[in-house]
Design a protein. Structure first.
Ligand code: HEC
Length: 460
């Protein structure tokens, strides 16, 4: 662990971005106060509603098309592509090129038209919302009319880099003890884990968590867990599925969210040792040589403890059988015990494995009331796990109903577990006040996994 080791540059840009983000109204363009602009050092630059520079460009594309690509695609499909995308989608010439690899027989604009409507592999990928009907019509209309060049000069906000600034200044960085190096000829997808032990003389509260993205060329997603024991601090190859003993606290994939806790609560780092574990997913789609990475998570912590400890609990199930060659959905009900009195929910991190396709959690007030949606992800994708802010209050006697849907294309029945052949159905929910673990004669009575273990499930 390193505490407050940020280079001045990083801290200034975080602070400056936070100021810009706070003062810009969604419709207005304002002057960014002293924000660094690598292209013209020292000059003031104009930023848009999302805090990114506004620029005037002529890309050979009509402005409405340019705007959709900038705001919805170029976080990844930038001139120098990021997060595993192979084709830039910036200029008219980019769209006229032949597709990459197996798609070489088609033009990029034809692939764009296909992928924005592709239900199985839609663009933009989750956790980014799908294109709106208007955005889709803009791209599709232009493509249908022949994807013609335009002499438009467009003034619009540049695409963000996918990581939003925090409203606080991070003081703790969870990164591996050494850089990860991608070996030449390595498999396309690689999963690497490392542990960071935080040893504190007095308790602190974690008030916000943000991904710390180092190498955008190979990073695909980051998951942040708390573990019951130390894990090696150097990046070590690990299962894509982590360990069933790890509690998911936050996750990020390009387009995903930071996690800022409500002002009444903080995740405790108790006096003594807290074990964090991070899993990084790398994808070297472009087969680039010599890539290294030291991504992780930035935390804001405080010794001025907030009124409540926050906790994480998993709704879902640890008992299911997914039949072969089937789409299978289960509905699992858990009745909240008296310990959930006054509990508020603020975050959802859905977690399934590669066959997971949808997840939702609803609350049935008093156990029999009409279901209220707490969280719904109709297009779950293992490769793009992230956390999502939610707001809900619950009470003892309420039923939490979590649905998990899988598509099992294989010939074997799949059950719960942490291996390649196994699946999961956990909706990790951030909540407060924390319900302490309880044991009786060393046996667990209530821990984060109890709601999933004791839920009663029905096949839908
Ligand atoms: C969060 C990052 C991200 C965003 C945003 C995104 N894509 Fe992609 N895109 C990818 C990745 C990664 C791939 C390669 C894997 C695949 O094909 O699914 C890809 C592949 C594609 C391909 C196939 C050609 C290629 O580059 O491999 C097309 C076409 C495409 N995206 C179009 C779009 C369009 C159009 C948008 C915006 C409406 C968009 N994408 C937004 C990440 C992104």
């Amino acid at each position: 662990m390193r505490r407050a080791p940020h280079k001045t540059l990083v801290v200034t840009s975080f602070a400056a971005v936070a100021i810009v983000a706070c003062t810009v109204s969604p419709s207005a363009l304002e002057r960014g106060a002293g924000r660094d602009d690598p292209s013209s050092p020292g000059t003031e630059i104009v930023t848009g509603p999302n805090g990114n520079p506004v620029e005037t460009t002529a890309t050979g594309l009509p402005c409405d098309v340019d705007k959709v690509l900038k705001t919805r695609c170029q976080t990844c499909h930038s001139a120098e592509t990021k997060y595993g995308a192979s084709a830039p989608l910036v200029t008219h010439a980019d769209l006229q090129k032949s597709g990459p690899g197996a798609s070489a027989g088609k033009k990029i604009y034809e692939l764009v038209s296909e992928r924005i409507k592709d239900e199985a592999r839609p663009m933009p990928p989750s956790p980014n919302p799908l294109l709106t009907a208007d955005e889709l019509a803009t791209l599709d209309g232009w493509i249908k009319a022949g994807a013609k060049a335009s002499s438009d000069t467009c003034t619009s906000e540049r695409a963000g880099d996918g990581v939003k600034p925090l409203s606080c200044k991070p003081d703790t960085t969870l990164v591996a003890g050494a850089k990860f190096t991608m070996q030449p000829g390595a498999p396309l997808d690689q999963y690497v884990c490392f542990g960071v032990d935080i040893n504190l003389p007095a308790k602190r509260h974690v008030t916000a968590l943000a991904p710390k993205v180092d190498n955008t060329k190979i990073l695909h997603h980051i998951l942040l867990f708390q573990a019951p024991k130390s894990e090696p601090s150097t990046p070590t190859a690990c299962s894509a599925f982590g360990s069933a003993a790890w509690k998911l606290v936050a996750g990020w994939a390009p387009g995903g969210n930071n996690l800022e806790l409500p002002p009444e609560a903080g995740f405790p780092e108790e006096k003594g040792v807290t074990h964090w574990v991070l899993q990084l997913h790398y994808n070297n789609a472009l087969n680039l040589p010599g890539q290294t990475d030291q991504s992780g998570y930035d935390l804001c912590t405080t010794e001025n403890l907030r009124p409540n400890d926050a906790g994480v609990v998993a709704f879902g199930s640890t008992r299911f059988n997914i039949p072969p060659r089937a789409t299978h959905a289960i509905r699992c009900d858990y009745t909240l015990p008296s310990t959930f009195n006054g509990v508020k929910l603020f975050n959802a991190s859905p977690h399934m494995h590669t066959r997971g396709s949808a997840m939702s959690t609803h609350r049935l007030p008093g156990g029999t009331g009409a279901p209220e949606k707490i969280f719904e992800m109709p297009n779950f994708n293992f490769e793009n796990q992230a956390n999502f802010p939610i707001t809900a209050s619950v009470a003892p006697g309420d039923v939490m109903r979590t649905r998990c849907t899988w598509k099992n294309p294989g010939d074997a029945t799949i059950g719960f577990g942490e291996g390649t052949g196994d699946e999961m159905c956990f909706d990790f929910i951030g909540y407060y006040p924390n319900i302490p673990d309880r044991t009786i004669f060393g046996l667990p009575l209530f821990t984060w996994i109890t709601p999933s273990q004791s839920a009663s499930c029905t096949v839908e």
